[in-house]
Structures are given as C-alpha cells and as structure tokens.
Design a protein around this ligand. Structure first.
Ligand code: AVJ
Length: 356
C-alpha cells in the first residue's frame, strides 16, 4: 500500500511494513490461538446461562462484518445513512468548535470504526479546513481496521493508527498518544452505544470521560425510539440479511470451535422489548435438539441441549429519547454542546463536551 511509509503504528514506531512482516506473522498466529481460546471460553459460559446467550461482539468476524455492511445499505435500516447525512451537514461545525485555531491538531479516536465511512467525513472536513489531525481507530475486526485505514489513506494531512482491541483497552492505548496542547475527540457512532444495557452504557460514558480532560469532546450517535413495526423491519428485513448476520454466529462456532449446529434448525427472531427500550435479536431452536461443540470436549459443556422454541439471545440494540442522551451524558460528566436530529429516520447525533 502506498501510504505505508508514513503510517505509524500503535506501538509508536513507524517502521515500514516490510520490516515488520515476520514479527507480525508470528504474533498473528498467537493472536488467533488466543482469540479462539477466548471465544471457546465465552461460548461455554454463555450457553450454560438461562436464558442462553452469546456476546454480540462475536457477530463481527470477516463474513459478519460484511453482512453488517450490507445491513447498513438496506432500505429498512436507516441508521447509517441518517448519521452520514448529519455528519456531512455538521462536520464543519464540529471541527470549528473543537479546533478554534487552524494550528490545532486534534486526536480523533473512533470506537468501532467499521469500514471508516463515518470518520472519513469528519477527517475530510478537518483537512478541508486547512488543519492536520491524528486518527486512532479501534475495532475488534482486522478487516474493519484495514478497510478504514484504506479509506482514510487518501487524506494527506491525517495520520492513522489502528488498534485491534476492545473499546476499553483501545481507548486507553489511544489516549496515551494525546498531547497537552491539542484536544481529543472520541467518536462513538452508528448507535454502537445501543449494544450496552443502560448501567453499562453509563459506566462506559464515565470511562470515556475518564480518558478525557475538560474541553475534549465525545460525538455520540444514538438511534431513537420509534414505532415498533419500523424497528421490526430494520432488524428483521425482508431480504433476510439480518437473519444471515445473526445465524452466521452459528456458522462461526461450527467453523472455529468445531461445532455441529444445524443452521436450518435455528431461526432469526427480532423482538421489540418496550419495557427495556431495546430490540433483541435471538436464535430460536425449531426443535428439541442436542448440539456438540468439539472445541469444548474437555469441558462439561461440550454438548448443549435445546428445547423446541428455546432461544439464544445474541444482541440488544437499546433505543434512546433525545433527552435520555443529554441526561446520561450530563451524569457522566459531559454537557451537551449540540444535538442534531434526523426526525424522519429517528436518529440523534450529540456533541458532548467534557465538563471541568
Ligand atoms: C452495530 C450495534 C449499532 O444495533 O443496530 C444491526 C447492529 N444488529 N442489525 C445495531 C445490528 C442487527 C447495530 N449496531
């Protein structure tokens, strides 16, 4: 890739990629082994719970990430387009607010960058205003990081560092690169906050605030509460892409953990839980069955029994009222600077400043 000469790396070095290749290959094998061990441990633990669960972060392997990108293009899933429009419209304002001087060189950290289509809008606005910037991307998917780095690669005045980590670890690593003279802007977009239940969402905002100093900011995208049938179509689309995205988790267990899930025996289910203000995705067993997971053969969880109608809870997408975002931000140590809303799609983009 042409930009390798200037790309810097998370460990602070800026060695051209060739010199790092052999080191990277060794650690890639070690990483993969550790990832599979973690996956096996989490699957064993969470399928032993009542109700059975699987963590939503495991939906995003290479195929899962591609399916999610397809979801973002579905006419029934409006989050991505609504947010992109708001970003395009208001990015110059965000830049102006964060960087009053043209010399200001912000550190922009995106938690869950996906394909990089969101942050590139902000980075373009930054570069377009004659400023430079440093971008740190955090995502658990290596494909997502690669693609985002490619998307941002065409911007000459924006440097890019990727962290293949969970949000918490990645945020800590990225924040270590901040300097006292320049502001830090954390992006939590695409309603990624929706995956956290309310206490965890609050704790997470507190953790983000803890990595910031007064004057820094958080740009938060949150999907809003809307009519049930609209949500139903967004999470159980007529093309079956979301169903494929959900059921891919079983494909992944079969492949990586030597499982024997019969895909035809599990159905995608999306339900709006009004009381908890969340859409839940489940995989419902269509019959009484037992599933063997080879990688768990040394544990007592190697065989998992399902009753007909029993569900595995795979994801929650919490929906917000605009005022909920403001209130949660405030109690986590932020003040709302701006809140831009797409009324039609039901989506809010909120700029929150770290309070003193
Ligand atoms: C990536 C968590 C924001 O909850 O809308 C989309 C994931 N799941 N369709 C969401 C998702 C099913 C998405 N987030």
């Amino acid at each position: 890739m042409k930009n390798d000469d200037w790309r810097s790396y998370a460990d602070g070095s800026a060695t051209p990629i060739d010199a790092r290749q052999s080191v990277n290959q060794q650690s890639a094998v070690a990483n993969r082994q550790r990832d599979v061990a973690d996956f096996a441990r989490d699957v064993a633990r969470d399928l032993a719970l009542t109700p059975k669960q699987l963590q939503s972060k495991y939906l995003y392997d290479a195929l899962g990430s591609s399916l999610f990108e397809a979801i973002c293009r579905l006419p029934w899933y409006r989050i991505t387009r609504a947010e992109q429009q708001l970003l395009e419209r208001h990015a110059p304002e965000v830049v102006a607010r964060m960087c009053p001087h043209v010399e200001t060189e912000p550190l922009i950290v995106e938690l869950g960058c996906g394909s990089g289509e969101k942050i590139v809008i902000l980075a373009e606005a930054l570069q377009g205003s004659g400023r430079r910037g440093r971008v740190h991307l955090i995502d658990i998917s290596p494909q997502a990081l690669e693609q985002s780095e490619r998307t941002l690669g065409r911007l000459r005045h924006i440097s890019v560092v990727g962290h293949r980590e969970t949000y918490e670890v990645g945020l800590r690593q990225a924040a270590a690169h901040r300097d006292a003279d320049n502001p830090m802007l954390v992006l939590l977009l695409g309603s990624n906050i929706g995956n956290f239940d309310p206490p965890a969402a609050y704790d997470f905002l507190r953790a983000i605030r803890g990595a910031l100093v007064p004057g820094d900011a958080l740009l938060l995208g949150a999907d809003l509460v809307k009519p049930e049938h609209t949500l139903q179509l967004a999470y159980d689309d007529p093309l079956g892409v979301t169903a494929a995205f959900n059921r891919n988790l079983l494909v992944r267990i079969n492949r990586e953990l030597d499982g024997d899930f019969d895909l035809d025996a599990f159905a995608h289910v999306a339900v709006w839980n009004r009381e908890h203000q969340r859409v839940e995705m489940h995989l419902e067993s269509l019959k009484d069955q037992r599933v063997r997971i080879g990688a768990l053969s040394s544990s007592s969880h190697a065989t998992v029994s399902f009753a007909k109608g029993e569900r595995i809870w795979t994801e929650s997408s919490y929906k917000y009222e605009p005022a909920d975002v403001d209130a949660m931000g405030r109690s986590a140590g932020f003040v709302t600077t701006e809140q831009w809303i797409d009324e039609d799609a039901g989506f809010a983009l909120t700029l929150l400043r770290a309070k003193a």
